[in-house]
Design a protein around this ligand. Structure first.
Ligand SMILES: Cc1cc2nc3c(=O)[nH]c(=O)nc-3n(C[C@H](O)[C@H](O)[C@H](O)COP(=O)(O)O)c2cc1C
Length: 153
């Protein structure tokens, strides 16, 4: 069984972070993609209105049958977990997997980790870590945080 990093992105920082986790752990990194993704401006307006895409449709279902440890991450907009992550975790079989959640945020990640725990109730969910203000940090600093806070190395 292998490990994998899976992320949903609306910001460049979550992509950079996910790639760095993949690089440090030497594991695959895959992105959850959705059909009809909002443009940046539409996404911004929706965030201000505290709305998300309720009928989100996934473009790809990343199968987890060959993986045991799943790092799963996203950005936090409006203090909420994106519906795309919820939909993915409710669609794919995550029974008995170990889920390690992470996110990027600016200091208010709402109940992201509790939500992940609730959705992944047939999995083992690790504590995870929220990476705040990543755009202020260079790759070396981010790598240090990943090792210390997410991987507990
Ligand atoms: C429209 C919008 C809404 C956001 N809402 C939140 C929020 O509610 N809580 C929070 O901590 N960060 C929020 N952020 C910050 C993002 O989570 C953060 O920018 C993103 O995860 C990328 O990380 P960075 O700030 O290090 O670039 C928001 C950002 C944008 C653009």
């Amino acid at each position: 069984m292998k490990d994998i990093v899976i992320f949903y992105s609306n910001s460049e920082e979550i992509r950079r972070l996910s790639d760095l986790i993949g690089k440090i752990c030497n594991i695959e990194v895959k992105e959850i993609e959705i059909i009809n993704k909002d443009s940046k401006i539409k996404s911004l307006i929706k965030t201000i209105l505290k709305k998300d895409n309720d009928n989100v449709e996934l473009k790809n279902i990343i199968d987890l049958s060959n993986y045991q440890n799943v790092y799963i991450g996203c950005h936090i907009f409006s203090s909420k977990i994106p519906n795309a992550i919820k939909k993915y975790l409710s669609t794919v079989n995550i029974d008995n997997k170990t889920i390690i959640p992470y996110c990027t945020d600016s200091g208010d990640f709402g109940n992201y980790f509790e939500e992940i725990k609730k959705i992944c109730n047939t999995s083992i969910v690790k504590k995870g870590y929220n990476f705040s203000f990543l755009s202020d940090k260079n790759d070396k600093e981010v790598e240090k945080l990943i090792k210390l806070k997410l991987l507990n190395l």
